[in-house]
Design a protein around this ligand. Structure first.
Ligand SMILES: Cc1ncc(C[n+]2csc(CCOP(=O)(O)OP(=O)(O)O)c2C)c(N)n1
Ligand code: SF4
Ligand SMILES: [Mg+2]
Length: 347
């Protein structure tokens, strides 16, 4: 007599999708590269929050980091742009279709070296998208030259020291008016997850600077972007918990020293105090904390700043609700009589 064994039910999210639906192709990056951990966290966060994969547009520039969108959200849209020019491409695409969720993944070279001007304007505009910088302090793809985020005095594998001061992408983003700024570490699974989830819920630009070690070219003694350096110098600002809008917020509210930031979609970011008092809605305090940490040689991680009130670029432009890309020609092209009138006025 044969018995039929019923397979266990497949684990699915609130959309009925499996985690497999959020994965991409197999990574071609080096084993142990921090960028692979970031890809894994992106898969988990988008799956757990039940984001529609076809509503996500992935953008990147050039670099090992910029290759990583191939390794997550394989069902989403994607555009791999030119080196340092991803913000312009993302801005154009998201203005054409405001209903897409923008997810940019870039490197420290792509953002802080060749792409610094584009990054600056993206921040200034508060373009609603997630902007992840996989920061290893070097140009991994072109064999490990220092990038503009390399710390003064850090050394290459050959021992050559970097004698230029670094750009701190978080400090720059704060200065230029960013509305969500976080620094984290690819090796800190829980913190990275909470930050990615909060950025999914944020309506505005989220700048996430992830220290993401390059095991091949910048993971030695003398590097300040190595696993070892982060282990010894990471200064965690607070403990983070993310409660999505579809979960009951009233449960498990811990007592004392907890701050609750309500995000645009009704989710909550719970920030639990560790040693110091830190208010992530105070921009000047965040800038001061970064300066202080830099002077002490510490790497401050956590949500540095969140502002849920500033209008996004799409709101400022007063775009219509329907995606511009889907409007018929009759709506986007002025009729002949209007064009004739404009010409008449220019005479
Ligand atoms: C216009 C242009 N200049 C230079 C290069 C060479 N190049 C390719 S990737 C890269 C740097 C990538 O560094 P980063 O963004 O930090 O990414 P990583 O590889 O470290 O993840 C450079 C300089 C290029 N592809 N295009
Ligand atoms: S070279 Fe460095 S950045 Fe590129 S995949 Fe390898 S470890 Fe990662
Ligand atoms: Mg790099």
């Amino acid at each position: 007599m044969s018995t039929t064994v019923t397979p266990p039910p497949k684990k699915v999210n609130r959309l009925g999708l499996e985690v497999l639906n959020y994965k991409g192709s197999k990574t071609t990056l080096c084993a142990g590269c921090g960028h692979n951990s970031v890809s894994e966290r992106i898969v988990e966060c988008f799956y757990e929050l039940g984001v529609e994969p076809y509503k996500v547009a992935k953008f990147s520039g050039i670099g090992c980091s910029s290759k990583s969108p191939a390794y997550f959200l394989g069902m989403s849209h994607g555009f791999n742009g030119v080196h340092g020019r991803m913000p312009a491409i993302a801005t154009g695409a998201l203005l054409a279709n405001r209903t897409m969720m923008g997810l940019g993944v870039t490197g420290d070279g792509d953002t802080a070296s060749i792409g610094i001007g584009q990054f600056m304007h993206l921040v200034r505009r508060n373009m609603p998208m997630i902007y992840v910088i996989e920061n290893n302090g070097v140009y991994g793809l072109t064999k490990g030259q220092f990038s503009a985020t390399a710390d003064l005095g850090s050394t290459l594998k050959t021992g050559t020291p970097n004698d230029l001061p670094p750009f701190d992408c978080c400090a720059l983003a704060l200065k230029w008016g960013a509305t969500f700024v976080a620094r984290t570490f690819s090796g800190d699974k829980k913190q990275l997850q909470a930050i990615i989830k909060a950025s999914i819920a944020h309506q505005g630009l989220s700048v996430i600077d992830v220290i993401s070690p390059c095991v091949t070219f910048n993971d030695h003694v003398g590097s300040t972007k190595s696993y070892g350096y982060m282990k010894d110098h990471e200064e965690v600002l607070h403990e983070l918990d993310f409660v999505p809008f579809f979960e009951d917020i009233s449960v498990e509210i811990p007592e004392g020293g907890t701050m609750d930031v309500q995000m645009h979609d009704g989710s909550h970011l719970r920030i639990r105090k560790l040693e110091r008092d830190f208010d992530p809605t105070d921009r000047l305090a965040a800038l001061a904390a970064l300066e202080e940490a830099e002077a002490k040689g510490e790497v401050l991680t956590g949500v540095l700043y969140v502002n849920t009130h500033k209008p996004t670029f799409i709101e400022l432009l007063n775009l219509c609700d329907d995606p511009v890309a889907t409007l018929p020609e009759s709506k986007v092209r002025p009729p002949r009589a209007v064009l004739d009138q404009v010409m008449e006025e220019l005479r």
